[in-house]
Design a protein around this ligand. Sequence first.
Ligand code: MRU
Length: 351
Amino acid sequence: MRTVFWDYNSNQLNMIDQRLLPSTFEIAVFDDYHNVAKAITDMVVRGAPAIGAAAAFGLALAAIKSKATSFEELRRELNTAADLLLQSRPTAINLHWAIHRVLSHIPGSCNDVDELRQFILNEAQAIADEDIEINKRMAKNGAQLIQDGDTIIHHCNTGALATVDWGTALGVIRMAHDQGKHIHVLVDETRPRLQGARLTAWELSQYKIPYDIITDNAAGYFLHSGQVQKVLFGADRVASNGDVANKIGTYMLALAAFDNNVPAFSVVPTSTIDLSLNTGNLIPIEERPQAEVLDITIAERKVSPEGATAKNPAFDITPNRLITGIITENGIVYPPYDENLQKVVITTTKP
Ligand code: MRU
């Protein structure tokens, strides 16, 4: 089943509600783009490619449900919807990429309101379908690097749930496992939202890939004691110099990997590469609510004292010097990234 999919009978968007996993599997249904934007902010759907597809379908909802009677009126409404969807989360470039792709691909010959509605839906569907195909290409490229017997540390959730299906870094692990390689995954629990402990562990159980959940701060121990051969993670945005914005904790993980000569790879579709930014320091870092840190409970008691405050950056920047390679659907990119990344980014312009 896909993480994000359109129901053609009801003309509604369906998404797995990732906040409820692993205890409850539930499909959330959307017929209003405002609610899609809120679902992205609230992390009903999360993971860079998945929120890109969700935003594209959000535009489709705006188009299909609109009462506009002229092309110009619908075009204006789409711009309003795009503005709202763009604000839903700031770091993952896939959201911008998907919205830009849908709106910029509207053919010049299209001037009929129903034709426009159909075009937006078709384009959103194409983004979703292509995502799976791209993930499988990335997975095949990355699986070449995985050796039989490897133990891999994985951060956050980069699997089918973070995409439309299959996954990025977890997709590589899945492909290597399907190729018959024996792999053990050390799953960073990924505080504070625990995407690793909740979502990655759930996915690995389904694929029957052996794993252990580790606390984020145990990664250094496993790397230093020689128990790990690779570190894999995704990215929410890659700058043109190869700096990587990814889930908070990636920087410390990559540092520990570097210090112990363990290769660390970021696995990304080329839609995650932002060639307009020449350094990761320009990538906006989302600050999420303090409650995500402060409301953690043990034995039904809040861990933090009453009145405590918290800082909760959702992402960090890993400098390019710590990244061994960047695995994309168009090949594996090695340093110097400022020269080599642009070779894999193929700009698609439609006639
Ligand atoms: O805050 P999230 O859960 O949306 O963050 C997701 C990640 O950081 C993933 O590692 C990233 O999107 C790349 S995986 C497709």
